[in-house]
Design a protein around this ligand. Structure first.
Ligand code: FAD
Length: 317
């Protein structure tokens, strides 16, 4: 472990990721009197900021995801949270004044230091892996109906996916697209029954199961998609200008593998959100766990913050 002899600015707690989990960790840490620096590489709010409607957060009957994250970010900014808009690409342990601290390095080679570190990096959209996909991003292929759906108002679109997010996207798209062709790879949905029932009740959502995307037809932009029925092997073309791909997520934790154990890419913690490195916690969707929801993200954030604060109080006093 390297020793730092220079005078450095040492934050109490650094949080990587300003989604629901990271911002909740900031809320609890700030209220415990700690100073908090929070890094975000895309947009404050993380995934939930892209959700049009949240109806399962206790005590809030209905709220848009962007309002939810705005409320939370305002709440922590009022308490003194400091945001940095940089991607963290490396974390190390170091010795400073004979105490172990964290060295946190950003994509711009900026270096920050903290007594405790909370990783809250969430997860990213999974790509489908069909030729042309990467070229078509922004030209007909999207992973976020909330962000791009309105561009296709009054038109027919395709949606690939079978779980809660896909179901929510189908509902959103159906509110302004003439038709939503919702194609799933397997023969059923895997989401909440209430959402499935709602999707099935919409006349302009046309559901077809057992369809596997095999080709994008495109020049500069998407022209059509070819699917193959996995049972009959029949091919079917959908002439639509847009395809929303909603087939799950992948974690983004490789940069921290030197200090944490990963399980299928997700960070392993105990019930206190503690990783294998003392003083380093992981929270929210980046963590290895079964249920990834807002409630579980904020649960993790609060637990990690309380434990991080008590770690600092014990270790640094
Ligand atoms: C469309 C949609 C609708 C949803 N609807 C609901 C719902 O109704 N109810 C519900 O309970 N849940 C819902 N969810 C799930 C819920 O949003 C997530 O479970 C929760 O928001 C996860 O929060 P998080 O903070 O763990 O991660 P994220 O929200 O993924 O936030 C992680 C943040 O970390 C940032 N980051 C990642 N790596 C780095 C790095 N190296 N450096 C700096 N920053 C980094 C990312 O940019 C991101 O902003 C929905 C999700 C989506 C996508």
């Amino acid at each position: 472990m390297k020793t730092i002899n220079d005078n450095i600015k040492l934050d109490d707690i650094i949080i990587i990721g300003a989604g629901a989990a990271g911002m909740t960790a900031a809320l609890y840490s700030l209220r415990a009197g700690k100073n908090v620096r929070i890094f975000e590489c895309e947009g404050i709010g993380g995934q939930i900021a892209t959700s049009p409607r949240v109806e399962n957060f206790p005590s809030i009957k209905e709220i848009s995801g962007s309002d939810f994250s705005d409320n939370l970010s305002n709440q922590i900014m009022d308490l003194g949270a400091e945001f940095e808009f940089e991607k963290i690409i490396k974390v190390e342990k170091a010795l400073y004044n004979d105490k172990e601290i964290f060295e946190i390095i950003s994509e711009y080679d900026n270096i920050f230091y903290s007594k405790a570190l909370i990783i809250a990096t969430g997860a990213k959209h999974r790509h489908i892996g069909v030729e042309g996909e990467e070229d078509l991003i922004g030209k007909g292929v999207s992973y976020c109906a909330t962000c791009d759906g309105a561009f296709y108002k009054g038109q027919e679109v395709c949606l690939i996916g079978d779980a809660n997010t896909a179901l929510q996207y189908a509902l959103l798209l159906s509110s302004y697209c003439t038709k939503v062709y919702m194609n799933t790879l397997f023969d059923k949905f895997f989401g909440e029954k209430a959402l499935i029932d709602l999707v099935k009740s919409k006349e302009n959502i046309i559901i077809e199961h057992n369809l596997n995307l095999i080709k994008f037809n495109y020049d500069d932009e998407l022209k059509s998609l070819i699917f193959e029925n996995t049972k009959t092997k029949e091919q079917k073309e959908f002439k639509v200008p847009a395809c929303f791909i909603c087939i799950g997520q992948i974690p983004q934790n490789e940069n921290f593998a030197n200090l944490v154990d990963l399980e299928k890419g997700y960070i392993v913690t105990d019930n206190d959100m503690q990783t294998k490195t003392v003083g380093l916690y992981a929270v929210g969707d980046c963590r290895s766990k079964k249920i990834r929801q807002l409630t579980t993200a904020v649960n993790d954030g609060s637990i990690a913050a309380i434990n991080a604060c008590s770690y600092i109080d014990k270790y640094y006093n």
